[in-house]
Write a protein that binds this ligand. Structure first.
Ligand SMILES: Nc1ncnc2c1ncn2[C@@H]1O[C@H](COP(=O)(O)OP(=O)(O)OP(=O)(O)O)[C@@H](O)[C@H]1O
Length: 283
């Protein structure tokens, strides 16, 4: 299997099962510099599994994965320094002050950006003298984000990075995330259940449903081309080949590839925001 040069993360026909139960099926995904990909999916859809495979924490069963051009389970230390990850439950540094934890962590990264660290400490209102084990859930998450981002990794993988942040910190962080990717030619893969965040900052949406990547598309194109088509009762619904049926619901057909076509019996082609799309795909 050939994978394109220049991608920061590439999945080709990736399958993964746990205990005989399929969790990812034939997943194709490609992240290029500057992409901020929001990964959306119901609980248990396979988002964390996909991320853990990308990072080499667990292997896939079949298919091909390259992370920064290497097999993820064989990443050398030079490549690991170009990779940032915040897991769903950030870990470590109990018994340390924030200051000591950051000093220790940054010592692994020659390219650590002290100014960026300071900016984000202020932004998140983190006290350098505070003990890590006494931080709140959101403060811990903020610290984990600083630790994953202050060396400007080329590929940043964030598993629900903002779940414990308050709305103000969340909004600022999301804006920073986008800027970081654009500025430094990085790619970001982040999962979130907060569709409004995803809509605001992601350049692309990757939508996983029961382990299948149902959609991987630029957000702008998604707004135009993913529609809920409604038809008059008793219509003989015939979709053109250029349209892909994503779901049939009581409300109509959710399709990808709508380009203004008038179809026999069609009475509406409604745009859907991400939350509405998610609801239509998970009736
Ligand atoms: N190590 C494991 N052993 C067995 N089953 C696992 C393991 N890790 C994940 N699973 C199963 O794989 C499926 C996908 O889990 P995963 O954590 O990838 O979902 P997710 O989309 O990240 O969910 P959430 O939104 O709830 O975090 C679930 O059914 C989960 O129980």
């Amino acid at each position: 299997m050939e994978q394109p040069a220049g991608s920061l993360l590439c999945f080709t026909k990736v399958d993964k099962s746990f205990d005989g139960k399929s969790v990812l099926t034939a997943v194709d995904l490609q992240l290029e510099p500057g992409m901020v990909v929001g990964l959306l999916g119901a609980n248990g859809a396979g988002k964390s599994t996909l991320m853990r495979i990308a990072l080499g924490i667990i292997p896939c069963d079949s298919g091909l994965v390259t992370t920064l051009g290497q097999a993820p389970q064989q990443l050398d230390s030079g490549h690991k320094q170009r990779l940032g990850y915040v897991p769903q439950q950030p870990f470590g540094y109990e018994g340390f002050s924030v200051e000591r934890a950051l000093a220790m962590h940054s010592s692994f990264y020659p390219q650590w950006d002290m100014e960026l660290q300071q900016q984000w400490l202020q932004r998140f209102g983190l006290d350098l003298k505070a003990q890590v084990q006494r931080l709140s859930g959101g403060q811990r998450q903020s610290l984990a984000l600083i630790m994953a981002m202050a060396y400007r990794p080329q590929l940043l993988v964030l598993d629900e990075p903002v779940a414990s942040l308050d709305p103000v910190a969340r909004r600022r962080f999301m804006a920073d995330l986008f800027e970081l990717a654009l500025e430094s030619g990085s790619a970001v893969l982040f999962s979130s259940h907060i569709t409004s965040d995803l809509e605001r900052v992601a350049s692309h949406l990757a939508l996983l449903k029961a382990g299948e990547l149902l959609l991987f598309k630029e957000i702008d194109a998604l707004r135009e081309e993913v529609r809920l088509l409604k038809f008059a009762a008793d219509s003989d619904i015939q979709l053109p080949e250029s349209m892909r049926l994503l779901a049939t619901t009581r409300a109509g057909c959710v399709v990808d590839g709508y380009r203004g076509q008038a179809l026999p019996g069609m009475i509406d082609a409604r745009r859907l925001n991400l939350e509405q799309l998610f609801m239509e795909l998970h009736p």
